[in-house]
Design a protein around this ligand. Structure first.
Ligand SMILES: *Cc1c(COP(=O)(O)O)cnc(C)c1O
Length: 394
């Protein structure tokens, strides 16, 4: 018998268990909705990124089915060989119009869009100046590019400036931030960073995964929200969150998009979306225009729930978006809070290191347009009871 060469993984798993970080996957028994069944329990769901409830929207569902009937279930190839359908091209035109840029290119996911783009646009002689809480896919893209990576303190444009001042003149530099930070719900220092990008002639990139469909006119994102059109060279968005389907995209100049179609490795080496995905994304863009009340409802719910949590005395950080963290510090405590909430019919995932810093473990909540006031009040009541049990109300 051969010894298992992976036996050391048992030790890693034990270490996770010892730190209270070992988690089983929660399994949905039905649709992704504001109230749904998870692990056979009916819960108010505060953990999805389904901001507008589009995962189950009848228009998206119908258009996906129609595309499947007409075009089949799979694309059969990567985009650059035989996997570009008319519907893929149509989606890219619509996304460019949505983001008010010359062109756009779709990737299999937001992760692939970030990682593929940063690595395609920069090389080993270049520098990346990055917010310390930027998404993992930006960090991976930066590593793949082999560029030098310099990190500035979270949302601290003055710290970014100090890094830029130290760089040699003419150094090709990418300045990059998330639009909305996924674990804290706060907003990147976009206007100040755009000013720096102008002053130091940097390439400016914003990852609006959590902001598209949420911020700006008809959900155009933080660039629109801050009136920065024309000042952000590379805008990344996802089709997997507010848009409710799957995918990522980059919007920018025609030249940028052309280069990505030739150089971005996920675009070249991984199969394109099934027609149903592109069709559902197109339908979602229609819904953003035809049902603006969804975004209004999202923000009404956000204000109600945020005020409720803060009023109970939780530490909710500096969020300005529908993401509200309940920061408790210790990872085991965050997992206990999450588990006790679940027992009371509220699903809000506990999050610890390495997703957030070691002493900043939390339960993260996300409200959607489709939560009713009753849903949110039910959740607040559960937070109140469990917060008191665990002694974590301020
Ligand atoms: C979720 C997220 C991504 C990844 O998007 P997917 O479409 O889920 O791959 C990228 N960047 C940020 C900031 C995100 O929050």
């Amino acid at each position: 018998m051969r010894d298992d060469p992976l036996h050391y993984l048992q030790r890693e798993l034990q270490a996770l268990r010892d730190q209270g970080l070992y988690r089983s996957l929660r399994v949905l028994n039905g649709e992704q909705r504001a109230r749904t069944s998870i692990d056979s329990r009916l819960v108010v769901n505060l953990s999805s990124n389904n901001y507008l409830g589009l995962t189950t929207h009848p228009t998206l569902r119908e258009r996906a089915l129609e595309a499947t009937r007409q075009l089949g279930v799979g694309s059969g190839s990567v985009r650059t060989i035989a996997g570009t359908f008319e519907i893929h091209m149509e989606l890219e035109r619509r996304l460019a119009a949505f983001k008010q840029t010359e062109a756009a290119v779709v990737f299999q996911s937001g992760f692939a869009a970030n990682a593929g783009t940063v690595a395609a646009v920069l090389g080993r002689d270049d520098v990346i100046v990055s917010d310390e809480l930027n998404h993992a896919s930006i960090i991976d893209g930066a590593r793949l590019s082999r560029a030098q990576i310099k990190v500035f303190a979270h949302r601290d444009a003055a710290a970014a400036r100090r890094i830029l001042e130290e760089l040699p003149r003419g150094q090709r530099t990418l300045l990059i931030t998330d639009g909305v930070f996924s674990m804290d719900g706060d907003v990147g220092a976009l206007p100040a960073l755009c000013d720096l990008a102008d002053e130091f002639a940097c390439i400016m990139m914003v990852d609006d995964a959590h902001a598209s469909g949420v911020f700006g006119r008809a959900g155009r994102g933080t660039v629109d929200h801050f009136g920065l059109h024309g000042r952000v060279d590379i805008q990344v968005g996802t089709l997997s969150k507010a848009i409710g389907v799957l995918g990522g995209y980059v919007a920018g100049s025609r030249a940028l998009i052309d280069v990505l179609r030739h150089r971005a490795r996920p675009f070249l080496f991984s199969t394109s979306h099934p027609p149903a995905v592109a069709a559902a994304c197109l339908a979602a863009l229609d819904v953003l225009e035809s049902e603006p009340e969804l975004i209004d409802r999202l923000w009404d719910n956000t204000r109600f729930f945020k005020a409720g949590l803060a009023g109970l005395g939780f530490d909710t950080g500096a969020s300005e978006s529908p993401i509200t963290p309940v920061i408790v510090g210790d990872a085991a405590l965050a997992m206990t809070l999450s588990d006790r909430l679940f027992d009371r019919g509220v699903f809000a995932q506990g999050i610890g290191f390495p997703t957030v810093p070691k002493d900043k473990a939390r339960v993260r909540t996300i409200v959607t347009a489709t939560h009713s006031r009753d849903d949110l009040q039910f959740a607040l009541d559960a937070f109140k009871a469990v917060g008191a049990e665990l002694g974590i109300l301020r």
